[in-house]
Design a protein around this ligand. Structure first.
Ligand SMILES: Nc1ncnc2c1ncn2[C@@H]1O[C@H](COP(=O)(O)OP(=O)(O)OP(=O)(O)O)[C@@H](O)[C@H]1O
Ligand SMILES: [Mg+2]
Length: 183
């Protein structure tokens, strides 16, 4: 039976890129190599140009142990990594034409059961993609971003339940809140 107590969606405000990264780091802990047999999952990243999708993906990959340069896949469409025995696929379909078949384009690997799959601009792949565990939409709001997280699977709902919120204020911001030094 469906557990109705688990949230289907969460909205939160990310006041700067450090908070976007902090959210990504929590997802790294939920789906990264440390999760062993439970590792892996799929996140679709939506939002306008410059909304913070790559920022989120990079921080997640980094926190999962990816070392070296993490390129935005906006030109190559796909960047892949491996940490321990876990595969990571970071895709950006912005330049992908809806008429193309992404499976024929060589993206079949992203269907692997135990992989971390992060897809920017999934809407550009039309209806061909399997649904994600989580869809994260980032929307410009004041100086920060409004984040909408929607779960499409039991795994995604469990992740939403596991998030530790509110996110810590970023160090930059916290520094501004410190009392003045004593004289
Ligand atoms: N919560 C936030 N508040 C303010 N700025 C943010 C926030 N999160 C990320 N940013 C900044 O916004 C910019 C987003 O760039 P990023 O490349 O991540 O966007 P994108 O969504 O991947 O864009 P594109 O669609 O072009 O791939 C970066 O400069 C990043 O530092
Ligand atoms: Mg991007």
């Amino acid at each position: 039976m469906e557990d109705t107590k688990k949230p289907q969606s969460i909205e939160l405000y990310l006041e700067d890129d450090e908070q976007t990264q902090a959210l990504a780091e929590q997802f790294a802990a939920l789906m990264g190599p440390e999760r062993g047999a439970h590792a892996g999952g799929r996140i679709h990243l939506k939002g306008d140009l410059g909304a913070g999708k790559t920022t989120f993906a990079r921080a997640l990959l980094r926190a999962c142990g990816v070392t070296g340069r993490i390129k935005s896949p906006s030109y190559a469409l796909l960047e892949s990594y491996k940490v321990s025995n876990l595969y990571f696929y970071h895709l950006d379909f912005y330049r992908f034409s809806k008429a193309q078949d992404w499976e024929d384009a060589g993206f079949r690997d992203i269907l692997q059961k135990q992989a971390v799959v992060l897809i920017e601009w999934p809407e550009q792949a039309g209806t061909q993609l399997p649904s994600p565990d989580i869809e994260l939409t980032l929307i410009h709001a004041d100086a920060g971003r409004q984040a909408q997280l929607v779960a499409y699977s039991e795994k995604g709902r469990t992740w939403l339940t596991s998030l530790i919120l509110p996110l810590p204020r970023s160090a930059r911001d916290a520094a501004g809140c410190l009392p003045p030094p004593r004289s």
